[in-house]
Design a protein around this ligand. Structure first.
Ligand SMILES: C[S@@+](CC[C@H](N)C(=O)[O-])C[C@H]1O[C@@H](n2cnc3c(N)ncnc32)[C@H](O)[C@@H]1O
Length: 441
């Protein structure tokens, strides 16, 4: 067995508002007083008042300055104030669920170092928020950010210092008919595309959406026309255009293995856009939910058919073992894993950040398979080599185990990627019960 170490690492800062209030006294005037005399009760921590729009701008600027290495960061006060948690969650989901599979697969299976990571952000806004968060998240990330609005472009230029310019390229979009997806030079490889599209078609759609949500959120009250509206169909119209352009872009080497994604603010739009993707013969379509105060969804699609992103198998059983104990137990039993459902050989694993990656390949030395190979009734190879309908015996799967964030005595199993493997739910369940068996022997 070979033991690999994964290069995949995300640096997700944990934001501590109390710490910021203690550190920056200027934020205290934005805190709620907790008794009738305007004083805090006992030692109760400061309570930041998020209900005022200006307070949201102040805290967001401070969060970015403190946790995302942009000390001069400022927000344009007449533009959308981005919610950091929501934006971080979007990027983390794309990285963890979509990119990790591709990178670990190429590292382990093809022995290739991952490509340079360019990310396209369509409509980056005056806040340049996805690029700024994304640079911190992964030190290899670089962004191509597009924007059409003149005021926003001026503000972005004021934010782009020499350090940021090395990793963020701003593409100015001249008019509404120009391409949404910029085509970079041939030596650039785009790993994924993100977008937070203009939300609504017109004022009527905004009004009906706001009445459904019951509360008005101050950060959405302050926004400009181009942030709010896309007359040609709102977010559905905007994302349909991205889909159309992605079909053409995916033919180019710059977009090979690229994941195209967009955030959606209205649940009903997911099915409309999924249907549109299906009508364009796109097979790999996934959706994810982001839930903080309001729900958002991420729609992701791709034109590759080899790697499937993470499928989640929730933990039903508990174990008091830590990830490193699981690693030791696997080490002792790695030679062969065989049970009626799990006839696979473990070929390697790597643990980072309390996650354990386990790569299993189908056991091609099983007597049944050997006989088929000898009789030329089966083949070994990759899907691109497939020439007949003979069964393939190169199935492999990369699983990820990690401790549940709510209970360290539980762990979750996820399928990070699977190649030629149809029944990944069975294998991940079997893997989970296998772990339980070896840990309780
Ligand atoms: C909802 S805002 C999102 C801003 C930022 N990405 C965020 O998440 O806060 C949509 C942005 O798309 C920009 N936009 C609209 N049409 C565009 C186009 N054709 N090309 C590039 N950007 C566009 C708007 O000016 C606006 O900044």
């Amino acid at each position: 067995m070979t033991i690999y170490t994964s290069n995949f690492h995300l640096d997700v800062p944990s934001i501590d508002i109390q710490h910021l209030i203690e550190k920056y006294p200027r934020l205290r005037s934005n805190c709620k007083t907790t008794n009738a005399y305007g004083k805090r009760k006992g030692d109760a921590p400061f309570q930041y008042d998020f209900t005022k729009a200006s307070n949201q701008y102040d805290i967001t600027e401070t969060i970015v300055q403190e946790y995302f290495n942009v000390p001069q960061y400022s927000l344009h006060r007449n533009k959308l104030c981005p919610r950091i948690n929501n934006r971080m969650e979007y990027l983390s989901i794309v990285e963890n669920c979509l990119m990790e599979g591709i990178e670990i697969y190429s590292q382990f299976k093809e022995n290739k170092e991952p490509n340079d990571r360019w990310i396209v952000d369509i409509g980056t806004g005056s806040s340049l928020i996805y690029p700024i968060l994304g640079l911190k998240l992964n030190e290899r990330n670089k962004f191509i950010a597009t924007e059409i609005n003149r005021t926003s472009i001026a503000h972005i230029n004021s934010l782009l210092n020499d350090e940021l310019k090395k990793r963020i390229k701003l593409v100015v979009i001249e008019d509404n008919v120009s391409n949404l997806i910029p085509i970079p030079k041939e030596d650039v490889h785009v790993s994924y595309v993100v977008c937070n599209p203009p939300f609504y078609k017109d004022e009527n759609e905004l009004k009906s959406s706001e009445t459904k949500k019951f509360t008005k959120k101050p950060n959405e009250m302050v926004s400009e026309h181009s942030e709010l509206y896309y007359e040609d169909g709102g977010e559905v119209g905007f994302v349909k255009r991205i889909i159309d352009e992605s079909i053409i872009a995916s033919q180019l080497p710059q977009f090979q293995f690229c994941w195209f994604t967009s955030q959606l603010g209205i649940y009903d739009h997911i099915s409309i856009l999924k249907e549109y993707l299906t009508s364009k013969s796109v097979i790999q379509i996934h959706e994810f939910r982001i839930q903080f105060k309001t729900s958002r969804w991420i729609l992701a699609w791709s034109f590759q058919d080899i790697i499937h992103p993470v499928r989640f198998t929730s933990s039903k059983k508990t174990t008091s073992s830590t990830i490193s104990q699981i690693e030791i137990a696997l080490n002792q039993h790695f030679e062969q894993i065989e049970n009626p459902h799990f006839r696979y050989k473990l070929i390697g694993f790597a643990g980072t950040n309390n996650k354990l990656y386990v790569i299993v390949n189908e056991v091609i030395w099983l007597r049944r398979v050997r006989r088929m190979l000898a009789d030329n009734k089966a083949m070994i190879g990759t899907s691109s080599e497939r020439t007949s309908t003979s069964p393939m015996f190169n199935k492999s799967i990369i699983l990820r185990l990690y401790q549940d964030s709510y209970s360290s005595a539980k762990y979750n199993v996820e399928v990070v990627s699977s190649v030629n493997f149809p029944d990944i739910v069975t294998i991940s369940n079997s893997f989970r019960s296998f772990i339980n068996t070896i840990l309780h022997q």
